[in-house]
Design a protein around this ligand. Structure first.
Ligand code: ATP
Ligand code: MG
Length: 249
């Protein structure tokens, strides 16, 4: 691929190892995300996808391996540096993870309050909140509580919150899981719109084959802690390997 020759990855994982007791979840996992790319990681439940993404954002510490974001090794970073880097990365948690006691507006203001001074954001919070909600088509929900939202609406709000600092890299952990097929499609469309609007690079974790088909430039299958196979959707659906076929049937 031409961009692999011309540019460095915006995000790179090398030989990531992570165990919990005797359970070795990641056993030398590798990944390279290039600018503007939609990279999908698929793997069955319990294969370590969320563990991988948590290591990426520093919520978990890997046993070994390196994680480089924009050329900086995050495994060597102090908490303060890591905090700054986090503002460049949007993270959509598995299952939305909104603060239940806060309104939609307060949920969106949370990352702003935390990082605004350092980021020297000039715009008022309320304008940024409104823009983020407009992006996900939920302007009218600004004063609602999470309990008043449907599952699909919650996912949209979580997406708006992940985007509010206009990150260049977005990590999605199961963006469509638990949603009906139509709502899932809407979320996928939103992800595409947002990528075009802000030219972000995305790492998408999913076991939704439709999502992978529509959105991926490249797919990595995570099996037994390693990259079992990598390729485009087209390449992977044509695979005759039973383990790969099981995903795309
Ligand atoms: N904090 C933890 N302590 C102990 N074991 C953990 C912890 N977090 C994850 N694990 C284990 O690591 C493995 C991978 O979990 P992970 O959540 O990454 O799976 P996943 O691929 O995201 O699955 P799903 O598709 O269901 O979200 C599981 O066996 C899980 O039990
Ligand atoms: Mg998970």
């Amino acid at each position: 691929m031409k961009h692999e020759i011309n540019t460095d990855p915006v995000l790179q994982i090398d030989s990531l190892v992570k165990s919990f007791g005797n359970n070795r979840v990641l056993n030398g996992f590798n990944l390279k995300l290039y600018e503007g790319e939609n990279l999908v990681v698929m793997g069955k439940s319990g294969s370590g996808k969320s563990v991988m993404i948590k290591c990426l954002v520093g919520l978990m510490h890997a046993d070994s391996g390196t994680i480089t974001i924009r050329g900086k090794d995050i495994t060597m970073m102090r908490p303060q540096e890591l905090d700054i880097l986090r503002t460049e990365i949007g993270f959509l948690f598995q299952g939305s993870a909104l603060y239940d006691s806060m309104t939609v507006r307060e949920n969106l203001e949370f990352p702003l309050r935390r990082h605004k001074e350092r980021l020297r954001i000039r715009e008022s919070n309320i304008n940024l909140v409104k823009e983020a909600l407009e992006n996900v088509g939920l302007s009218e929900a600004i004063d609602l509580m999470p309990a008043e939202l449907s599952g699909g609406m919650k996912r949209r709000v979580a997406l708006a919150r992940a985007l509010i600092l206009k990150p260049k890299i977005i990590l999605y952990d199961e963006p469509t899981t638990g949603l009906d097929p139509i709502t899932a499609k809407e979320i996928i469309e939103l992800m595409r719109t947002i990528q075009k609007k802000y030219s972000t690079s995305s790492l998408i974790i999913t076991h939704d084959v439709d999502c992978a088909r529509v959105i991926s430039n490249k797919i990595i299958l995570l099996i037994n802690g390693v990259n079992y196979i990598e390729g485009t959707y087209k390449q992977l659906v044509q695979s005759t390997d039973p383990l790969v076929k099981a995903f795309f049937k």
